[in-house]
Design a protein around this ligand. Structure first.
Ligand code: SF4
Length: 417
């Protein structure tokens, strides 16, 4: 989400004739886009703002703008604390940025038309935010406090943005939201993610659609059905389960049990048999015993995910968990649990990938490194192959000859006549 928002801000300034440079010391405008998902990230921003104070002292005419989750609703308090910052604007709040720019005579004209432009980097794959905020208030998470309640964009706006991206070369989009599968619940008209996917699926020139991150409780049957029916929606879904033990899940306020999660996975697999599953897990939540952690391992062993992101629990000031539950699992025990998951996962993914040897996979080619083409499958697996033809930006069938935990190797597989 932060990457997508940074790109939007870059597009606005790019459209007004600015160009990106490396050093803030020589910049006319400095934009700090922040993430505070962990306390350590928030502490880092304080340090960064101190350094930028120095820069402002040497270049008082430079404008310093701060956005992202560091910026909460009380911008007046932030302004008091950091008087050297010219503007605080909330995550994704480009309206405030545009408004501020129109009031400054020395800033070139920022235009709404540039919001969705993609001028830099690979246009092949793009991130498109479709919903901001979250209503769930999981006990460990700061997101709802910083990004506010759920706000979905209107379908026509998103379709226009994706069409414009496809017009400039994008083939693969990932729709973003902290809780992406509750898209549309805040719009009055009974709109859901299914309606959006159906419209995007019709866009000529677009090959692949993904969306993240999903909440298990919002994974409705009609969404699973749409994923299996719509040909551009990839066989790849992120479905964080966070913990396997029901008491821990309850303390996390996740709204499902381990058993319900497993049944949901079964339902998805029954509908989309080759789906690749990704998940997020937290280890060392307050009071998590070794036996409770085993329930997490049980789910990992039962489901056999393609990707697992593991986070070590750390209390986040302002959340319910930080207030109510002492952080008592020792740091070395948390680390050991993380290592145990990583070890298991390497075995699981190696076995999943080994089964692909001898099969042909569809690869959207992103580039060439040291004479090897590379790209991703619809299930988000990285594939390398050698070939003399120019495959940049194209889709090619590759026959997998070797598989490791992190990537596949293969040869171009030409259709037989
Ligand atoms: S659903 Fe995700 S973003 Fe929302 S509160 Fe829970 S962990 Fe945070």
């Amino acid at each position: 989400m932060n990457k997508a928002e940074s790109q939007t801000i870059a597009n606005l300034f790019d459209g007004a004739g600015y160009r990106a440079i490396r050093s803030p010391g020589n910049a006319d405008i400095i934009v700090l886009n922040t993430c505070v998902v962990r306390q350590s990230a928030e502490d880092k921003i304080n340090g960064e703002l101190g350094l930028l104070h120095e820069v402002k002292r040497n270049h008082p005419q430079a404008h310093l703008l701060v956005t992202g989750c560091f910026v909460d609703a009380d911008t007046a308090a932030l302004k008091k604390r950091y008087p050297h910052v010219d503007l605080f604007f909330g995550p994704g709040d480009t309206e405030t940025l545009l408004q501020w720019a129109t009031e400054k005579d020395d800033i070139g004209c920022l235009s709404r038309d540039d919001l969705a432009a993609y001028r830099e980097g690979s246009p092949l794959h793009a991130y498109v935010p479709i919903i901001q905020g979250c209503n769930n208030f999981c006990s460990y998470c700061i997101v709802p406090y910083r990004r506010g309640r759920e706000r979905s964009r209107q379908i026509p706006d998103i379709v226009r943005e994706v069409e414009s991206l496809v017009g400039s070369g994008t083939r693969d989009v990932t729709l973003l939201g902290q809780n992406v599968n509750s898209y549309g619940h805040d719009l009055d008209s009974g709109i859901s993610l299914v309606h959006l996917l159906e419209e995007l699926n019709e866009i000529d020139g677009l090959s692949r659609i993904r969306f993240l991150t999903n909440h298990p409780k919002d994974m409705e049957d009609r969404l699973i059905e749409a994923m299996s029916r719509l040909n551009k929606v990839c066989e790849h879904v992120s479905l964080p389960f966070q913990a396997g033990d029901d008491d821990i899940l309850k303390a996390m306020r996740r709204g499902y049990t381990g058993g319900q999660y497993l049944r949901l996975v079964e339902k998805i697999r029954a509908s989309i048999p080759d789906i690749a599953l990704a998940t997020d897990v937290i280890v060392g939540f307050p009071g998590e015993t070794a036996q409770q952690f085993d329930r997490t391992m049980d789910i990992l062993k039962t489901v056999r995910f393609d990707t697992v992101h593991v986070a070590i629990y750390s209390p986040r000031q302002g959340t319910l968990a930080a207030k109510e539950y002492p952080d008592i699992v020792p740091a070395d025990e948390k680390k050991a649990r993380l290592v145990a998951i990583e070890k298991l996962q390497e075995e699981v993914v190696s076995a999943i990938n080994a089964r692909l040897v001898g099969t042909a996979v569809e690869v959207l080619v992103e580039g060439n490194k040291k004479g090897k083409w590379y790209g991703r499958t619809r299930t988000d697996k990285l594939v390398f192959f050698r070939d003399a033809a120019d495959w940049q930006g194209k889709t090619v069938m590759v026959k997998v000859t070797r598989a490791g935990a992190w990537s596949l190797q293969g040869d171009v597989s030409l259709p037989e006549n």
